[in-house]
Design a protein around this ligand. Structure first.
Ligand SMILES: Nc1ncnc2c1ncn2[C@@H]1O[C@H](COP(=O)(O)OP(=O)(O)OP(=O)(O)O)[C@@H](O)[C@H]1O
Length: 599
């Protein structure tokens, strides 16, 4: 593993944990006078709009110093839920470094406007959706090239316990070199061992039955279903199901049974149909895993290596030939706008989960509300044709062409409350509830990754467990002790901090979902109290402030934890501040505290 690559990864980890680094604030923007009429965000001049989603506008940005062009995704979250969504997107994107995943350079939070802006790698080739529409459909060869890249990016996410949950042609961007970039991680989430998700999200025509039926799911299997729809769309130029009035899936009963047909005016190989049939399977337990997909004969036809192996080789070759790879994000949170290289360990390992304390399973549902039906006008024109069950030996020959070709009007809308409501009006709900109760009994959970931060990368510090007795004597399991002097220093250290502790301060942040809570501060204090003891951190607590000292490493780490009110919101946050000591050790302690607090 390249040390440089690894350290850049750690920069990001550290960046996501240090108190003021989640967003770059915009003082430079406010202090330097922008030219009249020129709109700016941070160090970027805003250009034309290149895309928009339900909750965002994406514009071209030009760095005023370097002239480099970026994409700026601008959102103005009004509700806590929306804010958390965007925060989660930032947290997850910050940790992902892969050629087939959109690169986040920076995130800018504007206090005054409430805007949160993601500074992203600019992908100028547009959406895969438009690429296919322009060509009618893709040949299997071209489809394979794209599909391998999508699988490769997605495997990287899944290996790192991230599921996307909103994969669709509109969220797959094509760069100038014809490479895929998976984008829009607004619905993504961390797969936690033993934790099933129940969030209703994604777009109805790409969403599997378990989502539409509001069943519990692990996460990764949802992406595989969507992959099946994507592959189907690439090689047929159609979608297996469509929306009638913008919210109802036509032939919903068939979708829920995983029944679909292939257009008989498109000649497809048995291999591609076999692969699609393995992915679009109603029962998530029977659906192909991504490992099966990447090894399927169709995906590997004409290639020596499977997509993941090929990517690993590419990265290793690149690392070998370029020993001067620089970090993409500096320690102070400033972006160099250069995507960092993916190290070997990042290609296949599960490091992300182990070392991403700021990312937590959502406690709120993930659903976008500003649903626009404008893109769904001509759904009624779609044909309805007989279908055949998606069994292990499907009968394709009798199928009639199912749907009208993909057209710009068939962009998929996000899943919405309206859709959800209409979905369950009618007979389906009752009929399907019966199946619902039993089909998840055998759901398997992914192997638990180690939660020890030291295992997340070769450079994370090892925290030595120390115990603090109620009498004040402190020892680790190797007999190490805090001196009385250490304890006294902690207690008497900072007179100026005292004023902070007196009252619950209102702080604007930044916070992440892992450091905010609706729990009452007294409960948070109670939890911190127990936890710091168990993590062997010596501390003194006055009011809402904990002054802490950790002596587990080779040097002492002094830091503060303050419980505060999140400005403008009905919730509380915990704020960390490093006062002294090694930054990596400090980072590891904070990760462990956040993880154990389970806010
Ligand atoms: N990095 C980028 N480079 C170029 N275009 C982009 C980039 N990111 C987003 N876009 C364009 O902007 C559109 C909206 O972006 P995105 O999907 O991230 O927004 P959203 O609000 O999360 O959308 P959705 O309604 O799908 O949830 C994309 O479909 C794409 O066309």
């Amino acid at each position: 593993m390249s040390a440089i690559a690894c350290s850049s990864y750690l920069d990001i980890q550290l960046d996501s944990i240090q108190e003021d680094n989640i967003y770059s604030q915009t003082p430079s923007f406010r202090s330097s006078a922008p030219r009249k009429g020129v709109k700016r965000i941070g160090n970027y001049i805003l250009g034309k709009t290149i895309g928009s989603g339900t909750s965002s506008k994406v514009k071209i940005g030009t760095n005023i110093t370097t002239g480099k062009k970026v994409a700026i995704k601008i959102t103005r979250p009004k509700r806590v839920k929306e804010r958390k969504e965007i925060e989660r997107e930032i947290s997850i994107l910050k940790l992902l470094k892969h050629d087939n995943i959109i690169q986040l350079y920076d995130a800018i939070y504007e206090d005054d406007t409430g805007r949160i802006c993601l500074i992203l790698e600019l992908v100028s080739g547009g959406e895969l959706f438009d690429y296919i529409v322009a060509r009618g459909r893709l040949s299997e060869k071209e489809g394979r090239k794209f599909f391998r890249q999508i699988v490769c990016g997605l495997m990287y996410c899944h290996n790192n316990m991230v599921c996307h949950r909103d994969l669709k042609l509109e969220n797959l961007l094509v760069d100038d070199d014809g490479n895929i970039k998976i984008s829009d991680f607004g619905y993504s989430n961390i797969v936690k061992p033993g934790n099933l998700m129940s969030t209703f999200c994604g777009s109805p025509v790409y969403a599997p039955p378990e989502i539409l039926l509001e069943k519990k799911y692990i996460g990764t299997e949802v992406d595989v279903w969507s992959l099946g729809i994507i592959l189907y769309a690439m090689v047929t130029g159609q979608l297996p199901w469509s929306l009638t009035d913008g919210v109802q899936v036509e032939g919903l009963d068939k979708l829920l049974r995983g029944e679909f047909k292939y257009p008989n005016n498109v000649i497809l190989s048995n291999d591609v149909k076999d692969l699609i049939n393995r992915m679009i399977v109603a029962n998530p337990n029977e659906r192909a895993k991504l490992s099966e997909v990447k090894s399927h004969p169709w995906i590997n036809k004409g290639y020596d290596l499977d997509p993941e192996e090929e990517y690993t080789r590419k990265v290793l070759e690149r690392n070998d030939s370029d020993s001067s790879i620089s970090s993409g994000i500096s320690k102070n949170g400033e972006s160099s706008e250069m995507p960092t290289e993916t190290s070997k360990s990042m290609v296949n390992s599960s490091v992300l989960y182990n070392s991403s304390p700021n990312i937590q399973a959502p406690k709120t549902i993930c659903m976008k509300n500003n649903f626009s039906t404008s893109c769904l006008e001509d759904k009624k024109a779609l044909n309805s044709t007989p279908t055949s069950p998606n069994t292990s030996s499907p009968q394709y020959s009798s199928y009639t062409p199912p749907l009208s070709p993909l057209s710009s009007s068939q962009r998929s809308p996000p899943t919405t409350p309206t859709f959800k409501t209409s979905l369950f009006h009618g007979l389906f709900k009752k009929k399907l509830n019966k199946e619902e109760t039993s089909s998840f009994a055998g759901t398997s959970t992914p192997t638990s990754p180690s939660t020890n931060p030291s295992s997340s990368s070769g450079q994370s510090p090892v925290m030595e467990p120390i115990s603090v007795s109620s009498s004040g004597t402190t020892s680790n399991n190797r007999g190490r002790r805090f001196s009385l002097e250490d304890i006294v220093k902690v207690i008497t250290r900072s007179g100026k901090s005292k004023s902070k502790s007196d009252k619950l301060r209102s702080i604007k942040g930044p916070f992440t979902s892992g450091t905010t809570t609706t729990l009452h501060p007294t409960e948070v204090i109670k939890r911190l109290d127990g936890m710091l003891n168990s993590l062997s951190v010596a501390f003194t607590n006055t009011g809402y402030l904990f002054e802490c000292k950790y002596l587990g490493g080779s040097e002492i780490i002094n830091f503060e934890i303050e419980i505060c009110r999140v400005s403008g919101m009905e919730m509380y946050g915990i704020k960390f501040r490093r006062l002294g000591g090694d930054v990596w050790v400090y980072s590891a302690i904070c990760k462990q505290i956040i993880e154990s607090l389970q806010l």
